[in-house]
Design a protein around this ligand. Structure first.
Ligand SMILES: NC(=O)c1ccc[n+]([C@@H]2O[C@H](COP(=O)([O-])OP(=O)(O)OC[C@H]3O[C@@H](n4cnc5c(N)ncnc54)[C@H](O)[C@@H]3O)[C@@H](O)[C@H]2O)c1
Ligand SMILES: O=C(O)C(=O)C[C@@H](O)[C@H](O)[C@H](O)COP(=O)(O)O
Ligand SMILES: [Zn+2]
Length: 366
């Protein structure tokens, strides 16, 4: 079972291969990119324990040498100290301009390693081997790379497109259910932002997807990646339309900052709560029907996901502080917050015309 989505950015085009068995046969797809038969791989401790040996064995069988570095798992790894460790190690390995760096892991590894590749010797190529659902449907595609700052999420980074993305859906089988569902938050986002039929399909197929139905998983990854590729092609550096991919993120990023980028709230969980809030805000402003937010929440609830602030363990700062945290959002223009809101399911748009009091009311409702 195999699908390909082509990201046709002029001069930086690449394929996203989606299917089974791609980890073991990665060498076949990576070899044509190599100038010498050696790659460096960066992964995290969970993924390395489960999948690094199979990946390196496959490379070796094709005569490709590899060296690997393993980082601590979790969002805290997207930070200055780990970026420095990564870049130091890549220099220790004498990675050259013509070499390929492989990011083997979830979105944390993809964002961090992609950024390290962007700044190493002013830019080396990298391959994304996304191993989480979130990374397969979203973070491995489109070239946003970076780390978090004390001031907020992803505030230090670069646009640096990968040279190839290999999304092996078999490896999703080892994800913890909570990590799978966090990735599902981004899948739902795609339906909500631009494809009502996809959202409807997810309402029917979501449980099968979570239970491991392979054709359903491939279809969900393919449709998500295709939508992202289409948007990135129109607006690579987020001057306009690309901000639609930020649906749920203005709320979500503030909640991640408020919970200290910790296990209290995963990125995809923040996105799911953020999508529910974006629809609540849209309904409050009379932009969509009152039924839409209920339908969004009902599907997330059916899937066993977080939808409300009360679902986050521990104390949260008050609405005013959360609103203040949103002030570092990259969509802010001339000091004014902009939100991705919706006229209905599958019909999102970006607007700065949002009274702060309406946002505070949504946050107070939780
Ligand atoms: N660049 C982008 O466009 C973009 C898009 C969406 C999200 N992101 C970023 O992605 C990050 C979240 O990504 P994530 O949800 O993948 O988090 P993650 O990388 O922390 O992975 C989640 C957990 O799953 C584990 N894991 C990954 N693959 C596994 C597998 N196959 N089997 C078992 N365990 C596995 C990881 O070790 C980790 O513990 C956030 O930092 C977010 O900001 C970036
Ligand atoms: O690729 C994009 O563009 C996205 O917005 C995808 C998001 O899911 C992702 O979380 C992204 O990293 C958020 O971007 P940011 O610019 O708001 O940090
Ligand atoms: Zn996201």
């Amino acid at each position: 079972m195999r699908d390909t989505v082509h990201v046709g950015l002029p001069g930086r085009e690449y394929d996203v291969l989606i299917g089974t068995g791609l980890l073991a046969e990665a060498a076949v797809h990576i070899a044509p990119l190599l100038k010498r038969s050696r790659v460096v791989v960066i992964s995290d401790e969970n993924v390395a324990a489960l999948h690094l040996a199979a990946f390196q064995d496959g490379l070796r069988a094709h005569g490709i040498d590899s060296a690997a570095m393993t980082l601590q798992a979790g969002e805290a790894t997207k930070s200055w100290p780990h970026l420095m460790a990564c870049v130091d190690w890549l220099l220790d390995q004498k990675v050259e301009r013509g070499d390929i760096v492989v990011a083997l892991g979830g979105g944390v590894i993809g964002d961090l390693v992609g950024f390290a590749a962007a700044i190493l010797r002013r830019g080396v190529r990298f391959v994304q081997m996304p191993t989480s659902l979130l990374a397969q449907v979203d973070s491995s595609v489109g070239g946003k790379t970076g780390i978090n700052a004390r001031h907020g999420k992803n505030l230090i980074g670069a646009f640096h497109q990968p040279s190839l993305v290999l999304a092996d859906v078999d490896v999703l089988g080892t994800l913890r259910p909570r990590d799978f569902l966090a990735g599902y938050g981004e899948v739902v986002k795609y339906g909500l932002l631009g494809d009502a039929a996809f959202f409807e399909w997810l309402e029917g197929q979501g449980p099968a997807l979570a239970a491991g139905d392979m054709p359903a998983r491939i279809e969900a990854v393919r449709r998500s990646v295709q939508m992202k590729a289409d948007i990135v092609l129109r607006d690579e550096t987020e001057q306009g339309d690309r901000a639609l991919l930020n649906l749920g993120h203005t709320f979500g990023h503030a909640l991640e900052a408020a919970t200290g980028y910790s296990d209290r709230l995963y990125h995809g969980e923040g996105v799911a709560i953020g999508c529910a809030m974006a629809f609540a805000l849209s309904a409050r402003l009379g932009l969509c029907s009152q039924e839409d937010p209920s339908r969004v929440r009902a599907h997330l609830r059916d899937m066993g996901m977080k939808t409300d602030l009360a679902d986050i363990d521990g104390d949260l700062p008050g609405p005013e502080v959360l609103l203040e945290l949103m002030g570092q959002d990259k969509k802010v223009v001339q000091g004014q917050l902009r939100f991705v809101l919706a006229r209905g399911i599958g019909d999102a748009f970006v607007t700065g015309d949002v009274p702060p009091e309406a946002v505070l009311e949504v946050l107070r409702d939780g």
